[in-house]
Every structure is written in C-alpha cells, then in structure tokens.
Design a protein around this ligand. Sequence first.
Ligand code: AMP
Length: 308
Amino acid sequence: MRFLTLQRLMSVLIVGSTALDSIKTPKAENPRLLGGSASYAAVAASFFGPVKLVGVVGDDFPKRYLDLYRRHRIDLEGLQILPGKTFHWSGEYEQNMNNRRTLLTELGVFENFTPTLPKAHQTEPFVLLGNIAPSLHHHVLDQMRRPRFVVADTMDLWINATLQDLLRLLKRLDAFVLNDSEASLLTKEDNLCVALKKIHKLGPKYVAIKKGSHGSILSGPEGIFLCPAYPLRKVVDPTGAGDSFVGAMIGYLAAAKGPVSNNIRRSMIYGSVVASFCCEGFGLNRTTRVARAQIEQRVKELEQLTRF
Ligand code: AMP
C-alpha cells in the first residue's frame, strides 16, 4: 500500500504569515479565525510528518490557536510572540466564491517581522516559503544551509510591488507555485503553457500553476502533469486552499521515499485533496478535524476519477 512508502518523516520548515482572519461569505461571517499562509500550510503538512513553523504573532493571539498548532505537532520554536497586535486580514466573497476582495489588512507585529531561524531550523532539507514578502524569503534562505528542496508561493501584491525581489528569489527556488492570474500577471501571457515556459526561464525547475476548482498544472524536467481538483458540491470558504495545497505538497515530499522527481506528481494529488477539505469549512475548521484515512480515501477517488 502506498501509505507504507511514507516513512521517512523528515520535518519541513514553513515560513509565512500567521494571522487572524475575518471572513465574510454570502451565507455567514466569521471573525478572527486562525489564518495566515503559514498556518494553513503547516496544518496541511502536519498530516505527513513533523513541521517547524516560522512566523510572528502579537500578545493578543489566542492561546487556543497555539494549542491547535501543538495538537498538530507543529514545532513553535520559530514562532515569535511580540508585544502588539497579530496580523489581521479580512476578506469578503461574492456569490460564486471565486471572487474575493480584501476588506482590511492590519499588519500589526508583522510590519517589522524579521524571520530569525533557531539553529535547529537552519539545516532543514525541505523548505516552504509561504506567501509573505519575497525580501523575507531571501532573509530565511540566507540563514539556511543547503536545503534539498525549496518551494515558494506568492501573490499579486508581490508581483506588483516587489518584482525585483521576486525575480531574484525565483533563481533560488526548486519549485514555484502560483495561481493562473498571478502567472499571467508575472509573464504577461494568458496561455498557461507559454507562461510555464517563461517562468522556468526565470529559474525554478518545477512550476505549478493552480486554477482553483479547475485543478493545477505542473511543469518540470519530466514534462507536464495535469492535476485534478477534487470535485466538491459545496464550498463553504476557499480561504487558504492554495496554502493548504502547497503545504500538503511539501509535507508529502518530505515524508516520501526516493527522489522528488518520483513523488512530485502524487504530492500535488495530496495537495488537491487537503485543499478540498479546507474549502469545506471556515478557516481551518474542517481541515483540523480530518483524519489521515479520509485523505487517503479522497486520493483513491481522484485516482478512479482520472483513470482511462
Ligand atoms: P489564500 O486564500 O490561499 O489566498 O490565502 C489566504 C490567507 O492569506 C489568509 O489566511 C490571510 O491571512 C493571508 N494573507 C492575506 N493577505 C496577505 C499578505 N499580504 N501577506 C501575507 N499573508 C496574507
């Protein structure tokens, strides 16, 4: 059984935002949920092995959220707790849930965040640079000793506001994950096959473009892989689905035996499945209640749905 090949249990280092999210959908409103790119990614990765989280929160950060990280065996030595307010983000979805607008971004202690890595974190082989400013990603990589596999995620803000930092970062990555609109923004190219080629030229060996409920495309030395999204009848809140996708990917890669090239396609399937659970509840509410066996069940279903 595939399950048994997951036994290396290397930990992954995940850096990104750790936030309080206030989310509005046409059906409900939920204030101050646990959010942030690193929170979603860390919980997703924790299904596969140990995770070290690097981020910053204020002294208003609820203890129950620290307990939640701990329940997922997430190492918090790299999480700074500083006097002041936790990063607070608020977003509102339209009826079709594909369109979201940001209502508010209060940086709080995040404004002066400098990710300083404890010694034990500097030698981690698998690194996820979750969505934060690329200058902070550089700062993390400057402290690392020869990581084996580095993947980064981004958002339109960094492509628009800090393009030079991002372009320098792309040369330091093994894999880059972004969504379709970000890929078009970065490359000025609507055809994703052409966009993938253009992004490879900027540095990363693997490029994955996410297309929300339409799945994702991977491009790498072994060619193209079309990864399906798990078909959901009901989406409650898609916030953090992208972060969950890339978190599960890196978690799976760190745990799987053999070279990354043998495992990266399957890692995206796990990414799709964990992201699907994320969409079924507000914030991390659904993901944190999922059992590993349920993940395996959806992976099997995706296999059946795409076999021909
Ligand atoms: P996603 O739905 O995958 O785009 O991720 C949403 C998460 O990104 C939320 O939990 C937010 O807290 C976080 N987020 C929103 N804006 C930013 C930002 N400027 N920097 C870092 N994280 C952000």
